[in-house]
Design a binder for this molecule. Structure first.
Ligand code: HEC
Ligand code: HEC
Ligand code: HEC
Ligand code: HEC
Length: 342
């Protein structure tokens, strides 16, 4: 009888170890976000948090510049967006965007330094539109960014190209192609948290406005009615987007949902409403700002299908529940708050 237990134990012990090796090493921190017993809690790994904290420090802003004196539009030749700033405010702005976007290459990243008015470098043309895009976020998307707002640094963090952007992926076939198309899934992609879920949750939801809601909202309904409104395929796409959203904020599903009832807004946290706006904001930036810049970018900056780099939740959040943990950087740059007069 004794041996009967020993054998399976010997077999099971390595299996259990194998299973656990997929888990995270303790300690793990748990933060309750809802009523007791509802499973509304967040599980954090302090080591991951430590890494993120380093990534999410906002740089100090230079002191505000004098508002008097001549306007930039009166002194410079080709100022189309920031003309209402005083010359010293304008120069403070140029210094800030250099620090945020091209600290290594400096002014020359955007400028022909023989003639600052020249628009010959595509980077300058893109940057002008980026100023307007940032103003749009801060002015029209307050339901998402609140008074915290964004600056170029929120996305760029000192890089010419933000570290997290997305392109439409090239079509993938099974090896050899004999088994046909992968239908956009079954590759362990980082976009979908290394799951086999669809690897492009962005084109349908952060560019196009495909329906995200897939849950049936009634029990196995009566004659002629189906409780399921959406296909499994559609549902997998929704899940892939949700995995992206969770990963980009560094949170679990319960940060927004009460998982006993994913679709119920009454039982969700307010953060889910913020996210609803975030999805619409990302669409707006991608369609109104990024896509129209496609021809401005040189071909080597475009994706495998010739589309421009686009924004998703990670572009700003980079693993934090609020970008830069909510450091209100934008308030030091009023010119990025309001849409400048044409
Ligand atoms: C990330 C791109 C970028 C960087 C880096 C940059 N600028 Fe600019 N600069 C612009 C844009 C865009 C404009 C036009 C703004 C507008 O139309 O309102 C501009 C305009 C100017 C002008 C006005 C020129 C004219 O006569 O029309 C001056 C002067 C200037 N920048 C100086 C600088 C200096 C000095 C630096 C470095 C400290 C710098 N810029 C760094 C993007 C940049
Ligand atoms: C919401 C995120 C976001 C914000 C905010 C943002 N950018 Fe960008 N920026 C992008 C994306 C996405 C690209 C495309 C990446 C690429 O160049 O392939 C880009 C590209 C650029 C480029 C071209 C870089 C290159 O080498 O191709 C410049 C210059 C630039 N941004 C300047 C700015 C400036 C200046 C600001 C602030 C006024 C700003 N950006 C704010 C997302 C952002
Ligand atoms: C940061 C907030 C947030 C996180 C985290 C999040 N969701 Fe969502 N979820 C939303 C929002 C917002 C919607 C509704 C989107 C819309 O209608 O535009 C939604 C919708 C859904 C739906 C569709 C509900 C319906 O009405 O049919 C499902 C299912 C879902 N989420 C599952 C998940 C799962 C599983 C996770 C974890 C992997 C997750 N969500 C993580 C915000 C979140
Ligand atoms: C342009 C940059 C940007 C993008 C893109 C972006 N966010 Fe945000 N998000 C912010 C800022 C800034 C805040 C902080 C607002 C505040 O302080 O209340 C924020 C706050 C949030 C919050 C509130 C967190 C809390 O605990 O209160 C959630 C949830 C969120 N974002 C989800 C998303 C999701 C999901 C996406 C992608 C669909 C997304 N965000 C895309 C900038 C962005």
């Amino acid at each position: 009888m004794k041996n009967f237990f020993k054998v399976p134990l010997l077999l099971i012990a390595p299996m259990v170890l194998g299973l656990l090796s997929g888990c995270e090493r303790p300690p793990i921190e748990t933060v309750q976000t809802g009523f007791r017993g509802t499973g509304m809690e967040q599980i954090y790994n302090p080591r991951t948090l430590l890494k993120q904290a380093a990534l999410n420090q906002a740089p100090a802003a230079a002191e505000a510049a004098a508002t008097d004196g001549p306007k930039a539009s009166e002194v410079y030749k080709n100022v189309q967006v920031l003309g209402d700033l005083s010359v010293s405010q304008f120069n403070r702005h140029m210094a800030a965007i250099t620090q945020w976007v091209s600290p290594d290459a400096g002014c020359a990243y955007c400028h022909n330094v023989q003639d600052f008015a020249d628009d010959g470098k595509y980077t300058k043309v893109v940057a002008r539109r980026m100023i307007q895009m940032t103003q749009r976020v801060n002015q029209d998307w307050k339901p998402h960014v609140a008074e915290t707002g964004v600056t170029c640094y929120t996305c760029h963090r000192g890089n010419n190209i933000p570290t997290n952007v997305w392109f439409a992926p090239k079509d993938r076939k099974y090896a050899g192609g004999a088994l046909g198309d992968l239908a956009g899934q079954n590759i362990a992609s980082t976009q979908a948290g290394l799951s086999s879920l669809p690897f492009d949750p962005f084109t349908p939801y952060l560019k196009d406005a495909a329906p995200i809601r897939v849950n049936g909202n009634e029990a196995m309904a009566g004659v002629g009615k189906s409780a399921n409104r959406a296909s499994i395929k559609q549902t997998e796409h929704t899940y892939s987007l949700m995995v992206h959203m969770s990963e980009s904020l560094g949170v679990n599903c319960t940060y927004c949902h009460n998982t006993r009832n994913f679709q119920s807004w009454e039982e969700s946290r307010p953060q889910r409403v913020t996210s609803w706006y975030g999805i619409r904001m990302a669409r707006d930036l991608n369609n109104d700002y990024m896509t129209p810049l496609t021809k401005t970018f040189p071909p080597e900056r475009l994706g495998p299908k010739g589309d421009v780099a686009k924004v998703n939740c990670t572009t700003c959040h980079q693993g934090a529940y609020k970008p830069l943990y909510g450091a209100p950087m934008a308030k030091n740059f009023p010119e990025l708050q309001a849409l400048a007069k044409p």
